[in-house]
Ligand binder design. Structure first.
Ligand SMILES: [Zn+2]
Length: 392
């Protein structure tokens, strides 16, 4: 047994925690608040509330509100230029994963020269070291999906070459994360389901990755258990604060899984899908891949599959030995049904079956590293096979 553990993020968790923004020690005097270009942050008053709480704390702020659901490099560069122009000394990501991830990438580019892709490992990235660190990052999450508030990772798409690549360094861990489930009450049912499944797959992939540790296993098992128990309730009644809180916890735990283990090639394949089809929500892409992906791995990693089935609430003891690993896949299918996302089809998002080879190539080129973290190494043909199986 041999592992490192490093998570330097202060997490404030619980309903109402956002109010502490007015009194807690913050890492600077002027914040760049990074939010999405969508309407919800303004509509629900979250931006005004954050600005006013910061003011009470004697912190100035400016807002950068261009972030897309699949965030792009152009906006990272623009946001960083704006942060420099406005002399911001820290960055706040307010919203879902795309805003917080963008805040992390902006925080790097506000302190380092050149282009964001100079620092990216994978694809056409140049893999240069991030010598100057990053501006301190504060994450205020209004969704329960990416776990980005508890990990250093940021996923940005280079739009001209369809490369969607995850990246992170120790400086991109948020210094402070506020996880307030009250901010999640307005997320619509479909998005609640997509994001909840994203959190689930961060936990399951982290559990089956070949770099899992006893600590990441502990976080992953708890996260899987909470999602299977509470996600259908959060989807059915968004105002259920108890279900929202349990799912928020599951999501933060899955972020801790990503900090202590890693995603696997399921995420590489999804990134390739949504790099070509930016309208495809990340969680929806994962849902469509998942049955084929875990079915493929069922007989390759039976013990881990059985543990996940147990965490999902399946009574595996009743099953014959040969059927136990697939109990997790069956539980997964049930959860999809209970959350109303079992009928998602790639073709509905305009994805053509003739694109499968290109998607497999893109996945293996841009996010090659995650293929090395599977306990069984997929060949190109097997990658295509999983994508074809997943295709509807
Ligand atoms: Zn994800």
């Amino acid at each position: 047994m041999n592992f490192e553990y490093f998570i330097p993020t202060k997490i404030l968790f619980g309903p109402g925690k956002l109010n502490q923004l007015s009194e807690i020690n913050l890492p600077g005097k002027k914040a760049l608040i990074v939010v999405s270009s969508g309407k919800s942050m303004k509509k629900y008053g979250y931006i005004d509330r954050v600005i006013s709480l910061l003011k009470d704390n004697n912190v100035e702020s400016v807002v950068f509100d261009k972030i897309l659901p699949n965030p792009i490099k152009t906006h990272v560069m623009e946001g960083a230029a704006y942060a420099k122009e406005e002399n911001c000394d820290f960055v706040i990501g307010l919203g879902g994963g795309s805003s917080i991830d963008s805040a992390k990438s902006i925080a790097i580019m506000a302190k380092n020269p050149g282009d964001y892709w100079d620092y990216i490992n994978g694809g056409t990235g140049k893999g240069k070291p991030v010598d100057n660190g990053a501006l301190p990052i504060v994450a205020i999450t209004t969704t329960a999906g990416t776990g980005t508030e508890a990990d250093p990772w940021t996923v940005i798409t280079k739009e001209d070459s369809n490369e969607k690549i995850g990246f992170g360094v120790s400086d991109t861990f948020p210094v402070l994360s506020i996880v307030d489930p009250e901010l999640m009450l307005t997320v619509p049912p479909k998005l609640t389901a997509y994001q909840g499944f994203d959190a689930l797959f961060h936990a399951t992939e982290g559990y089956i990755a070949n770099i899992a540790t006893p600590i990441s296993d502990m976080y992953a098992m708890k996260s899987i258990e909470l999602i299977f128990k509470h996600l259908p309730k959060a989807v059915e009644d968004g105002k259920n604060i108890e279900a929202r809180t349990q799912i928020a916890l599951a999501n933060t735990l899955s972020g801790l899984v990503e900090s202590t283990s890693s995603c696997t090639s399921e995420h590489s394949m999804e990134h390739a899908l949504s790099a070509y089809y930016p309208e495809l929500p990340h969680g929806a892409g994962l849902i469509m891949l998942s049955e084929a992906y875990y079915t493929f791995f069922a007989d390759k990693i039976p013990e881990r599959m059985i543990r996940m089935a147990e965490a999902a609430g399946a009574d595996v003891n009743k099953l014959p030995e040969s059927e136990k690993p697939m109990a997790f896949v069956n539980a997964l299918k049930n959860l999809q049904k209970n959350c109303g996302v079992d009928d998602l089809k790639m073709s509905d998002f305009g994805i053509g079956i003739n694109k499968i080879n290109q998607i497999a190539e893109n996945a293996r080129y841009t996010m090659k590293g995650l293929f090395e973290l599977d306990r069984y190494t997929l060949s190109f043909e097997e990658t295509v096979q999983i994508l074809e199986q997943a295709y509807k």
